[in-house]
Design a protein around this ligand. Structure first.
Ligand SMILES: *Cc1c(COP(=O)(O)O)cnc(C)c1O
Length: 385
């Protein structure tokens, strides 16, 4: 479509293509040396002790919960304002998700709301670094420690972000990243689990590889050995070398990708600053934001249109916007499981119908971002109350 601005578009160059071709020529199509390289380089980039490449971000969360021993009867506190994968992973291990409300401006898990949801059955807390802005980790870690619960960060949006000078991936005992197509770096499908504890890392690696005591790299390389044990039930969650070939180059470019995302965010900030009808994203002083998403909140009480019409009008102008997120407890599966929680999550209920995510990615050109900003201005001007 002429002049169409998609919501997201990955940046894949000749380096990624050549590396994938080389992986195919080498014959390492499943987990091999490129996975190891990606794990080592990622671990180093985020200052983690261990990194385990996984088939997806969801798989990284699943393995993290299983490695922590979270299971039936346990409660896991997380946010309703996330991609459903966060909460699905809790269900995969048979635990009960407990949804705590969000901050009304930053849209992330509120430590005060978490505190009200703590119980003797709380085994884990999963903060989601919404849009790429790290959560209030000091408070969340303190609450978890007081309850003997583990913190597992959902950092699907936050590769490259940092909190009080520490990179995301080096803070909580476990952090799950996603390399899905739209994320800050991609392997097509893929993810990474970083860990700080040796024992937990050993268990997580085993659980990500069917419970086998050695991964295929160790088994099939020259010094590998055919024998292995299966001490417990594991899952098939590993990444392939074909995918890792993409990731190695994406990781190298991550600082540039983040700078480009920051540039788009600054452009939107400037171009939309004077509009009373939208609330723009805020950045806390203690974080480095990774700008996976640029979320604006419409002050619909000042407008004659709602959020859905606003998105449709952007679409008519050739601009794809999106919504992050439909709250988890609105989905019929979770309504059946958890009952009607709308009365208990007032901030989420207030924010959810008004948020719009504008296109933000390294391949978005300045002229395109300005076109988006102009379209937003035009639509708001025309539909003022
Ligand atoms: C993308 C995403 C996931 C899941 O990642 P996949 O790699 O698609 O499995 C989990 N949580 C959040 C917040 C996400 O945005």
């Amino acid at each position: 479509m002429e002049g169409f601005i998609p919501f997201s578009r990955p940046t894949i160059d000749e380096d990624e293509i050549a590396e994938v071709a080389q992986a195919l020529r080498d014959g390492w199509v499943t987990e091999g040396p490129r996975v190891k390289r990606l794990e080592d380089q990622f671990r180093e980039a985020v200052g983690a002790r261990h990194a385990i490449a996984t088939a997806s971000g969801t798989a990284a969360l699943h393995v993290a919960l299983a490695a922590a021993g979270v299971g039936p009867g346990d409660e896991v506190i997380t946010t309703p304002f996330t991609f459903v994968a966060t909460v699905n992973a809790v269900r995969y291990v048979g635990a009960t998700p407990v949804l705590a409300d969000i901050d009304v401006h930053d849209y992330d898990l509120s430590p005060e709301a978490v505190e009200r949801r703590l119980s003797p059955r709380t085994r884990a807390i999963i903060p989601v670094h919404m849009a790429g802005q790290p959560c209030r980790m000091d408070e969340l870690l303190r609450l978890a420690a007081g309850q003997g619960a583990v913190v597992i960060e959902d950092a699907a949006h936050a590769a490259g972000a940092s909190y009080r000078g520490r990179p995301i991936g080096s803070i909580a005992p476990m952090t799950a990243f996603s390399f899905y197509a739209s994320k800050n770096m991609t392997t097509g499908e893929g993810g990474m689990l970083t860990l700080g504890d040796d024992g937990l890392a050993e268990r997580a690696r085993l659980l990500a590889h069917q419970g086998l005591t050695r991964d295929s790299w160790a088994r099939y390389s020259r010094n590998g050995h055919w024998h292995y044990d299966v001490p417990e039930l594991g899952f098939k969650c590993n990444l392939s070398d074909v995918a890792a070939a993409i990731g190695i180059h994406q990781l190298r470019k991550l600082p540039d990708f983040l700078a480009a995302r920051q540039r788009v965010a600054s452009l939107y900030d400037r171009a939309l600053a004077d509009l009373e009808e939208v609330e723009l994203p805020r950045v806390r002083p203690e974080v480095r934001h990774a700008w996976h998403l640029y979320i604006v909140r419409l002050r619909t009480e000042m407008l004659t249109i709602g959020r859905d019409e606003f998105i449709a009008l952007l679409g008519q102008r050739g601009i794809a916007a999106s919504v992050h997120y439909i709250p988890v407890h609105h989905f019929s599966y979770y309504r059946r499981l958890l009952g009607d929680l709308s009365g208990e999550l007032p901030n989420t209920e207030r924010v959810a119908p008004c948020v719009v995510s504008l296109p933000i990615y390294p391949a978005l050109r300045d002229e395109e971002a300005l076109t988006v900003a102009e379209a937003v201005r035009g639509i708001l001007r025309r539909h003022r109350r």
